[in-house]
Design a binder for this molecule. Sequence first.
Ligand SMILES: *[C@@H]1O[C@H](CO)[C@@H](O)[C@H](O)[C@H]1NC(C)=O
Ligand SMILES: *[C@@H]1O[C@H](CO)[C@@H](O)[C@H](O)[C@H]1NC(C)=O
Ligand SMILES: *[C@@H]1O[C@H](CO)[C@@H](O)[C@H](O)[C@H]1NC(C)=O
Ligand SMILES: *[C@@H]1O[C@H](CO)[C@@H](O)[C@H](O)[C@H]1NC(C)=O
Length: 305
Amino acid sequence: MRFLCCLQVILFLLFCSKLSAQSPTNATSLDSLLQDYSFRAFVRPRTGILYEGTVPSNLTGIKIAAMRLRSGSLRKHGVSSFKEFKIPSGLIVKPYVIRLVLVYQNLANYSHLYYPLSGYDYVAPVLGLLAYDAKNLSAKNLPQLDFKVSNDPIKIDFSDLERIPQGSSAKCVRFDSQGEATFSESIQPGNTCVTEVQGHFSVVVKSVASAPSPAPPRSEKKKGSDSNTKTWIIVGSVVGGLILMCLLLFLVLRCRNYKKQEKMREMERAGETGEALRMTQVGETRAPTATTTRTQPMLETEYAA
Ligand SMILES: *[C@@H]1O[C@H](CO)[C@@H](O)[C@H](O)[C@H]1NC(C)=O
Ligand SMILES: *[C@@H]1O[C@H](CO)[C@@H](O)[C@H](O)[C@H]1NC(C)=O
Ligand SMILES: *[C@@H]1O[C@H](CO)[C@@H](O)[C@H](O)[C@H]1NC(C)=O
Ligand SMILES: *[C@@H]1O[C@H](CO)[C@@H](O)[C@H](O)[C@H]1NC(C)=O
């Protein structure tokens, strides 16, 4: 019985940890998965053509694309339009490969899940620009290639930004392969970010909630939705807390019940041997039992048992 109770507690804890951890949101494994799926877009691929890939249904919303290129040609000509990226000539890939695949990622509404940034809000999706060896187009878990510009930087066009709260300034952010974020001073004219190396890129503003000074006047709509989400978070946590407390209470009561029953049984057992207890349960009433007496007071019905 005690075992059963423990099992319940363990199951409950597992349930809780599952709630908080949810599905794995590991950006490194996402890169691997998206490498695989973007390579699948290549069916008899032609060099220098952009192929749009399809993501698994559990990642619907993420966009991927891939282009196979010769290293030499990439270095000489660059790629004038690789989705939002403008890659100039002079790109050097390390280690050297004859052909490479440039993989494009647009994490859309998954950006904050895979690249959480406390204190900042995304005003653009996280875009990835990565390179892999093109030798084996059915390979999985390929290592990423490093690349670096030798002349002009790579430009990233974020012209389609979400509305930036008044008084906030947008910053470019880059994530390296370890997920470390580097911020630029501010976004460049024309909502452009620049980079010299591969990685993941986006545009952020400081979170309004974390702004130290009383924020400058914001538009009514933004304020409304802000307090709305806050209310929902509060209501959600209160309801969640109540449910958790009820579950815990239920478990505690359950455990206590088991303990009580067990004590009862122990007492009965002790009573049967007639040594430990002076008082013993006889049917519904308690009756004293002499320690010297070996004969037990019993109900007739118990003989039948
Ligand atoms: C992500 O997964 C990779 C293996 O796929 C592992 O090496 C890495 O440590 C994981 N990172 C985190 C933050 O869990
Ligand atoms: C999504 O589905 C793919 C293929 O079914 C699986 O390999 C991957 O682990 C899943 N990813 C997540 C984050 O659930
Ligand atoms: C992202 O949006 C798509 C629809 O565009 C939806 O199917 C998906 O569930 C959303 N994912 C997340 C994590 O919000
Ligand atoms: C390419 O990669 C796949 C999957 O890892 C492997 O089965 C296949 O043998 C590789 N092909 C070559 C030519 O290396």
